[in-house]
Design a protein around this ligand. Structure first.
Ligand SMILES: [Zn+2]
Length: 334
């Protein structure tokens, strides 16, 4: 696998009528994009199995490479999609430090790992070029209705089995290490599964080295057998950071880590949730990533996500033109 991929990509979601998708894929290609990420949610798995293969095919026909993300799968990855797996398997869900069970699958659940393998088999059958494991992490309490950011998971029976005894209710150094090792072990299994079937893996890590969702040591992921590309998504507004320094910091960490392990390096910038006043930050972020040697740049998502209430702003159209210009260097198609 190359460590010097160049290109510009964009995520795409919310449309399941292939002829409409085809038109948008042609638009992406005309704008100079070379790749697209399609979201493959649990809803898609249940109801759009073959449709998603058609969507991959129309994307390839426009010359785009295709990544697949496990959108909201089990609530253990990024994405604005709900999980029905957790509704069907409450006993496999994460348990908070205070003993409450929440609606997110446990990364140490064997049944959930099996489900992730089934999901991966499906996206590979759909013909995608890479599986994009997006923001694998223990659940964010606020995402499952727990209004207390200090709570953390997981103290379930599957975790106790792997820990060797019940997981303590205190976030000790040993527990912190166990939580991080569990994320890495989960990734090891699913990445190997994809690689064994001839698929490529990208793992996209949150831009955090600490806290209850961060991973302190990215080497542990980059070195996993079957990882082709390491990615990160330093969305500065979400993390309440200054754009260029934050992106530069994580671009540099990404570049250095990827180089150490001879894997590709891919960085994502946001085009959702931005208004016209954010465009200079967006341009500075792209420039900082390039200066740090990252040439495989993607954005979330198509048209600045103006079709999704939760992510749109009144300036989404302007932001989309700006990010497309910054990523592809192409002007607006006629
Ligand atoms: Zn657990």
């Amino acid at each position: 696998m190359t460590s010097d991929a160049t290109g510009a990509g964009c995520s795409y979601f919310g449309v399941r009528i292939p002829r409409h998708v085809q038109r948008d894929m042609a638009d992406l290609a005309a704008r100079g994009y070379t790749g697209v990420l399609h979201t493959f949610s649990e809803n898609d798995l249940a109801y759009y199995r073959d449709t998603m293969a058609e969507i991959v095919a129309v994307s390839h026909a426009e010359g785009l490479s295709v990544q697949a993300s496990p959108w909201g799968l089990g609530r253990t990855f990024g994405g604005e999609a709900e999980s029905r797996w957790v509704a069907f398997h409450p006993e496999e869900c994460q348990v908070l430090d205070d003993g409450r069970r929440v609606a997110a699958a446990c990364l140490n659940s064997g049944a959930y790992r099996d489900f992730c393998r089934q999901w991966a088999d499906w996206v590979l059958e759909c013909g995608v070029d890479s599986v994009f494991w997006d923001e694998p992490a223990w659940v964010v309490p606020g995402h499952v209705g727990v209004d207390d950011a200090a709570r953390w998971t997981c103290r379930c029976d599957s975790c106790a089995d792997r820990f060797g005894r019940p997981v303590p209710a205190d976030l000790t150094a040993e527990v912190k290490r166990f939580r991080e090792e569990s994320v890495v072990d989960f990734l090891r299994e699913i990445v190997a599964h994809v690689a064994a079937r001839g698929g490529a893996n990208t793992v996209c890590l949150l831009p955090a080295l600490e806290g209850t969702q961060g991973l302190a040591d990215w080497d542990n992921v980059a070195t996993l057998p079957g990882v082709a590309t390491l990615a990160t998504d330093p969305y500065w507004k979400h993390w309440e950071e200054a754009a260029a320094p934050f992106v530069r910091r994580f671009a540099r960490l990404l570049r250095e880590t990827a180089d150490r392990h001879d894997v590709g390096a891919q960085l994502w910038v946001p085009s959702f949730g931005l208004d016209r006043g954010d465009i200079p930050d967006l341009e500075a972020a792209v420039a900082a990533a390039r200066e740090e040697g990252i040439d495989d740049l993607w954005t979330w998502g198509y048209e600045g996500c103006r079709h999704m209430t939760h992510l749109a702003t009144p300036d989404s159209a302007l932001v989309w033109e700006a990010v497309s210009s910054a990523l592809t260097g192409c002007g607006v198609p006629v």
